[in-house]
Design a protein around this ligand. Structure first.
Ligand SMILES: [Fe+2]
Length: 438
């Protein structure tokens, strides 16, 4: 019979869950922003031990003040566990049970480690690193787990920190899937050689070709449109196309976030692809000349500024506006009510649309589970959840929109392969820098 060891590390005053009761997907995830903080330390310790016990898995939680480490190890032995435990920092409480027998407990100051041996076949598990942080994602994990019995461990973090972590972890990473927003981020993962191709008839059939990697390295599951919003109390004549934002008549009327933001990089990358570098540079220069204030804050901040009359036009992704529209806060509703969405590009090549996407990692140990999850994300119900819970547009034709998306309507989007947003990303940043877009 195969021996499976499970290791939980709890940070905090008391453990928040027992092995049998733990439902990883129920737990809100928080990834350390860098590999050097508490979460990274625990993870690093475990990685060092993997040569001995080849475990994998990590979950941290700021909500509960706990951190947990879950290796699904085949053939774990007391010797291997000793090796692992010897690498744990001194200020750690360790309780170990192998094959159902409790073997050790050590004093604890803030950390407790519980090692359990269970005589069962290897549980099906899926480990996700995700740069997304939406309630919709937890709904997706829960539904997938209930449909398949595959336990989902999802680790949230900022995309840049996750990519750096994956790079450092290399083949020893416990992660099977990488999920993030913006094709530009998926491009970065591809360039770090972190991704493995997936050949799937399901994904090929359901995801439009321009929303997935030409190399089958990543797949888009929802789209987000980057558009403009204008305040009719400030501007009598709204811009009709992106190029209008660079016209002198909109002097001191534009609000936008920083140029290093991936959404803005991808937006300009699409202009570079369509109009060429020179035209894109002229546009950036014209918009900078029309700024109402230096770039600061996120998309929602730009919307609020436009609603307040600080500027007449704000650049933002559609779902930030949808969020304000659907908010239970009357103040948020007022911001949305003050603005009118401008689906720039719809009369030309189409509205600029980026993706939320997922990719199989080269480090994946649970490949079948990972591909099953990617295919699940393309299912009708998962697509509805993207729309209902996060107001992103489904990529599968015919899937119902959320009530808010129904209000915003379906808009024709550009059909350039979104991989160009990554390919032109560095040039876009150089153009922004030359234009003085902070
Ligand atoms: Fe966003």
């Amino acid at each position: 019979m195969t021996m499976t060891s499970q290791i939980l590390i709890f940070c905090g005053q008391r453990p928040q869950a027992s092995v049998g009761a733990v439902r990883l997907s129920r737990r809100r995830e928080c990834l350390s922003q860098t590999p050097t903080n508490a979460g990274g330390l625990l993870f690093g310790t475990f990685r060092s031990a993997t040569s001995g016990i080849s475990g994998r898995g990590l979950q941290t939680s700021r909500d509960s003040g706990s951190s947990e480490l879950y290796p699904q190890t085949a053939g774990g032995t007391a010797a291997k566990l000793k090796l692992f435990l010897s690498l744990i920092k001194r200020r750690t409480t360790i309780t170990a049970s192998v094959g159902g027998r409790l073997i050790k407990s050590v004093a604890v100051a803030g950390l407790a480690v519980l090692v359990l041996g269970v005589n069962t076949a290897r549980a099906q598990t899926l480990n996700i690193y995700t740069g997304r942080h939406y309630p919709a994602d937890q709904m997706l994990y829960d539904l997938f787990q209930s449909q398949t019995g595959i336990t989902v461990n999802a680790l949230e973090g900022k995309t840049g920190a996750l990519l750096e972590r994956l790079r450092l972890e290399g083949d020893e990473s416990p992660a099977d899937l990488f999920i993030t927003v913006d094709a530009g981020n998926l491009w970065r993962a591809r360039n770090l050689d972190l991704l493995a191709p997936v050949v799937s008839d399901v994904l090929d059939a359901r995801i439009p070709p321009h929303l997935r990697s030409p190399e089958n390295l990543w797949f888009g599951f929802a789209t987000r449109s980057r558009i403009a919003f204008y305040n009719p109390r400030v501007l009598a004549a709204p811009p009709r196309r992106w190029s209008d934002l660079a016209l002198p008549e909109y002097r001191e009327q534009i609000c936008a976030r920083s140029s290093s933001n991936i959404y803005n990089l991808s937006l300009l990358a699409s202009f570079i692809e369509r109009d060429g570098e020179d035209a894109a540079a002229r546009w950036a220069q014209g918009v900078v000349a029309n700024f109402a204030r230096p770039p600061a804050g996120g998309d929602t901040d730009q919307l609020r500024a436009a609603a307040e009359g600080i500027c007449g036009v704000a650049i933002a992704n559609h779902y930030y506006y949808a969020r304000l529209l659907a908010s239970e806060s009357a103040a948020d509703n007022d911001v949305a009510a003050a603005l009118v969405p401008l689906w720039l590009g719809e009369e030309g090549d189409g509205v600029h649309a980026n993706i939320s996407g997922g990719a199989l990692l080269r480090s994946a140990k649970n490949r079948e589970e990972a591909v099953a999850f990617l295919e699940f994300l393309a299912s009708d119900r998962a697509q509805e959840i993207f729309a209902e819970a996060n107001n992103e547009y489904p990529v599968v034709a015919g899937v119902a929109l959320s009530p808010v998306l129904d209000v915003l309507g379906l808009h024709r989007t550009e059909e350039v392969n979104v991989s160009v947003y990554g390919r032109n990303q560095a040039l876009a940043q150089r153009i922004y820098d030359r234009a003085g877009w902070q």
